[in-house]
Design a protein around this ligand. Structure first.
Ligand code: MN
Length: 150
């Protein structure tokens, strides 16, 4: 895992976001959902995996109940430190706008495959079994995110 794309897109003399450092996580893996008030308001869902936060932009947010499948577009991996990031990305910088943590917690990893990821989230707002599956018909980076029944 590298954070080259993350670092390439950002000027760390201008943005308050953390630098692109890969680090070994300690303890249970973390997840975070950030509400991002950029040009198109969306939510970012991130899961710790192999020293980075694997990330998706979820326009409609993470479903809180089973039944709805929400589009999740894979974006560049982020550093683990990003799970604590809240703040204002300045105008003119990549992702300009406010970032707020909507939920954060840990998860149990059930399955991590190229096309399918299954986790059990333990957050304040989100809990339970969530599944991400590649949605190849829609595009290379498109996934579907939904809460499993039971
Ligand atoms: Mn975003």
């Amino acid at each position: 895992m590298t954070l080259h794309e993350y670092s390439y897109k950002r000027d760390f003399t201008k943005t308050p976001e953390p630098p692109g450092t890969v680090e070994r996580g300690t303890g249970d893996p973390v997840f975070v959902v950030q509400e991002h008030h950029s040009r198109h308001r969306h939510f970012d869902f991130r899961l710790e995996h192999e020293g980075v936060l694997v990330s998706w932009a979820v326009p409609k947010g993470v479903p809180e109940l089973p039944g709805n499948k929400h589009l999740a577009v894979r974006t560049e991996d982020h550093p683990l430190a990003y799970a604590d990031f809240e703040g204002s990305i300045p105008e003119g910088e990549y992702g300009a706008g406010e970032v707020e943590i909507w939920d954060k917690g840990t998860f149990n990893l059930m399955n991590w495959e190229e096309d399918r990821i299954e986790v059990v989230l333990q957050g304040n707002r989100l809990s339970g079994r969530y599944i991400l599956v590649r949605f190849k018909r829609a595009g290379e980076n498109e996934w579907l995110l939904f809460k499993a029944k039971g």
